[in-house]
Design a protein around this ligand. Structure first.
Ligand code: PUT
Length: 280
């Protein structure tokens, strides 16, 4: 009999994939981490039994969380990723030669180790890039440090708001990120599904707006996240998503699998039922 794994989204919805085999299962004080091989999506990472990323569709997530910020921030020399343990966001950030220093602060070393061993194509050359500085530690404590040089871009690539990622979904965390950014720096976070987790999405965007003065949610489908469009939210003290640096956009659209200028312009359109609930 075929073996399936279903992410239980709520008592009415599950999202399942047929498995070939389980490659890794581990548990620590933070969460459970598994890597499975699926028929449809290649190898996939689960945290606390929730689908996180897969070889087949990871670019649809990692390109989207990375490039809108990276093509619009005036400077991209110093970048910070909170979370991002599979390495995909780091890989996308490091495509830009202007990046001189990338810090990534991931709370769970097991996610990094499992990703390097079983999902090596996702982090790719990021793991050995001399500009990349990995800290296994608490991203919330990191952004509350006052001894850090400010960042040009901060990307929050956390898991869902359960377990250790819960603290990445509140106003004091967004305020700390605001404080760690340069005056024209850009912040982006994954901000959940505006269909399955609409209340969480709306609350996040409204809190980010309270901190930054503006918030620009954007939307695109990620197959593994099962219910229509996923979302990310962009914010900055000064910069808007229209502020495209042409040379960077041309470079990235030549090599990206999905992201390009037309997609950039389209993704910031907010569905009316969401817009009515946002205090934008
Ligand atoms: N970084 C993974 C995003 C959340 C998946 N549900």
């Amino acid at each position: 009999m075929a073996l399936w794994y279903d992410e239980v989204i709520n008592d009415q919805v599950r999202f399942g994939l047929k498995l070939k085999r389980t490659l890794f299962m581990g548990e620590n004080q933070y969460q459970t981490v598994s890597v499975v091989e699926t028929e449809a999506m290649g190898r996939a990472l689960l945290i606390d039994d929730l689908w996180m990323t897969s070889e087949v569709d990871e670019k649809g997530y990692h390109e989207m969380i990375t490039h809108p910020a990276m093509v619009t921030a005036p400077k991209i020399e110093r970048v910070l990723i909170i979370g991002g343990g599979d390495g995909g966001t780091a890989r996308e950030v490091l495509r830009y030669s202007e990046v001189k220093h990338l810090d990534m602060v991931e709370i769970d070393g097991m996610v990094v180790d499992a990703s390097k061993e079983f999902l090596p194509s996702i982090g790719g050359s990021a793991w050995t890039d001399p500009r990349f500085h990995l800290t296994i530690g608490d991203g919330i404590e990191w952004v509350n440090r006052t001894d850090l040089e400010p960042y040009d871009v901060i990307i929050v690539d956390g898991s869902d708001p359960v377990g250790p990622a819960e603290g990445l979904f509140n106003k004091s965390f967004y305020q700390a990120c605001f404080d760690r950014l340069t005056d024209d720096g850009v912040f982006v976070t994954q901000s959940e599904s505006a269909i399955l987790f609409l209340d969480t999405h709306v609350e996040m965007v409204n809190l980010i707006k309270e901190v930054f003065g503006h918030a620009f949610p954007y939307y695109r489908g990620v197959f593994l996240y099962s219910a229509g469009p996923w979302s990310w939210t962009y914010a900055s003290k000064k910069i808007r998503p229209e502020n495209i640096v042409d040379s960077r956009m041309s470079m990235i659209e030549d090599i990206a699998e999905i992201y390009n200028r037309d997609i950039h312009h389209g993704i910031f359109a907010i569905p009316n039922y969401v817009r009515r609930r946002l205090k934008l």
